[in-house]
Every structure is written in structure tokens, then in C-alpha cells.
Design a protein around this ligand. Structure first.
Ligand code: CP
Ligand code: NVA
Length: 301
């Protein structure tokens, strides 16, 4: 049976735990030079822009001995109206797995239902599970463990937030999200995760309350890809949610600051915080590589 990775909860607690440990081992150089996916081609299909996801997957696949095949939707027949089903069935004849970045989450679910190879979510409107793997890896690396760690997510209850909620539920984190009214995370994700909880997940409208004594501060853009037309009203709604020095001063003294990137300085995060000593955003970006290598090894060997 092929395994897909469309959202974090496609893994169980034990699998997530061992995947993060494996990523840490790989980052430390374990298995360097071994080629667990030699001879395998892995597709990367993008219907939205990407820097980190694209490059970390391409490099990671190469480092595991495989061949990345990157496709932009505009360059393949899918962009001219070929169906998702026909694309999924065709690509399954050539590739051993495929990572897809697309719009509606239902679209990647449809692709996965017709594909006979593992499908990895490289970001949809509702989930960004590969990002959450790297986020968890970063927290474990910096804080020793995710268990009991208080993470404050300040900003939009978007794809990154939804996947962080699922990761928090499986890793026993204490997660507090501060989102403006009407911009909270997916209620279904919250409901589903409440059944898996050993830590806690709460949502507030007060960034100062969320950040109090937090060990990890996380934010993401206020205008995600595909929401450009809502930019003006969003910028208004998110006023007061910038992660800046004043807000950060309420967190634990040794708190780390995370952002999945790309970032907009002076909007969701101030330049002095993003570029400051507590920021770990480039370690977090690098961890995309290690986490996804562990994921590919898990799905393909
Ligand atoms: N964080 C992230 O997914 O970055 P890209 O959009 O550059 O891939
Ligand atoms: N929430 C952002 C994440 C980008 C990596 C977006 O979907 O555009």
C-alpha cells in the first residue's frame, strides 16, 4: 500500500517521532553517501511559486541518490486542461513519488486518489505539512524536545498554522494561537486534533496573552499565495499582530523566533526581530532539507 503525506496527521505519533529523529541523524551526517532511493525519479509539481520547498526537495532527492523532475504547471498539459486524474495516472508510470504544491486541498486529494505512487503535499491552501516537519525538527534541535514547549503562533490561521496545530497535537506541545477575529485556524483541524491531545492548543485574539512566557514564537505572512486581492483588508485586520521587540519582550528570555519564510519585514514581523539574535529562521529553512530527506526515505524504502 502506498503512503501519502498530505497532512501531518497522515503520520501517527510514533512515526512522526522517529522521522524527526532520523532527520536529526541525517543532519548529523548519518548515512551520508548512501543512496536509499538510487534509480528512483521523484516529481515536483508546482502550481504556486516556491524557493525553499523546490530547492530543498531537489537537493534532498539528489543527496539520496534519486533524480528530481521539476514541473511548473504552466509547462505541462495539466495547465492546458488535461485532467488531474489523467495526469496522476500518467506520472505514476514514470515516477516513484511526487510532491505537489497547489491551491485547494481537495485537488491534491484527488491527485492522490488516482496516483499509484506516494503523493507529498508541498503546500496547499489548507496545509503545509513538510514545513511542519522542519518546524518540529527545529524546535527539538533548539529546545531539546517539543514536549511541553510553549509555542505562540501570532498571525493568520492559515495553512502553516493548521499544520503546526497537527504537529503540536502529535508532539505534545503547548500551542497558543493569536489570530484576529475571522482569521483563526480551520475549526475541523482544531476539532480533529483535540482528540489526539496530550499537550494543549488554544486560540485567542490577544497576541500579548499568547506570547506570555512562550519558548517559541512563530509567525507567517498575512497574505498567502492566492489571497493577493484581499491584501488591503487583511493588512487592516492584522494591525497589532506584528511580532516586534515590544511583543517579544513578554516571551521567555531564551525564546526563539521562527518564520517559515518568505517574510515581509514591517508587516507580520519587524526587521529587528527577524534579523535579531533570537531568530532561527535560516536554521529552520535549512531543516526543510533534512526533514524531507527523512520523509522520502520513510515513504520510498
Ligand atoms: N516556506 C516555504 O515553503 O517556502 P517556499 O514558498 O519558498 O517554498
Ligand atoms: N502561508 C504562506 C506560506 C508560504 C510558504 C502561503 O501559503 O503563501
Amino acid at each position: 500500500m502506498k503512503r501519502d503525506f498530505l497532512r501531518v496527521t497522515d503520520l501517527d505519533r510514533a512515526e512522526l517521532h522517529s522521522l524527526i529523529n532520523r532527520a536529526l541523524e541525517m543532519k548529523g551526517g548519518a548515512g551520508a553517501g548512501s543512496c536509499p532511493i538510487i534509480g528512483k525519479s521523484v516529481g515536483l509539481l508546482f502550481e504556486k511559486s516556491s524557493t525553499r520547498t523546490r530547492v530543498s526537495f531537489e537537493v534532498g532527492i539528489y543527496q539520496l541518490g534519486g533524480q528530481p523532475v521539476t514541473m511548473n504547471v504552466k509547462d505541462i498539459q495539466l495547465g492546458r486542461g488535461e485532467t488531474v486524474a489523467d495526469t496522476a495516472k500518467t506520472l505514476s508510470r514514470f515516477l516513484s513519488a511526487i510532491a505537489i504544491r497547489t491551491h485547494e486541498h481537495a485537488r491534491i486529494e484527488e491527485f492522490a486518489s488516482f496516483a499509484s505512487i506516494p503523493v507529498i503535499n508541498a503546500l496547499t491552501d489548507d496545509h503545509h505539512p513538510c514545513q511542519a516537519l522542519a518546524d518540529l525538527l527545529t524546535i527539538v534541535e533548539k529546545k531539546g524536545s517539543a514536549k511541553g514547549i510553549k509555542t505562540a503562533y501570532i498571525g493568520d490561521g492559515n495553512n502553516v498554522a493548521n499544520s503546526l496545530i497537527e504537529a503540536a497535537a502529535l508532539a505534545d506541545m503547548q500551542l497558543v494561537l493569536a489570530c484576529p477575529e475571522g482569521y483563526g485556524p480551520d475549526q475541523n483541524v482544531l476539532k480533529e486534533c483535540s482528540g489526539k491531545l496530550k499537550g494543549s492548543i488554544t486560540v485567542t485574539n490577544d497576541p500579548a496573552e499568547a506570547i506570555k512566557d512562550a519558548d517559541v514564537i512563530y509567525t507567517d505572512v498575512w497574505v498567502s499565495m492566492g489571497q493577493e486581492e484581499e491584501a488591503k483588508e487583511r493588512l487592516k485586520a492584522f494591525k497589532g499582530y506584528e511580532v516586534n521587540s515590544n511583543l517579544l519582550s513578554k516571551a521567555a528570555k531564551d525564546a526563539i523566533v521562527m518564520h517559515c519564510l518568505p517574510a515581509y519585514r514591517g508587516k507580520e514581523i519587524s526587521a529587528e526581530v527577524l534579523d535579531g539574535p533570537q531568530s532561527v529562521v535560516f536554521d529552520q529553512a535549512e531543516n526543510r532539507l533534512h526533514a524531507q530527506k527523512a520523509l522520502l526515505e520513510f515513504l520510498l524504502t
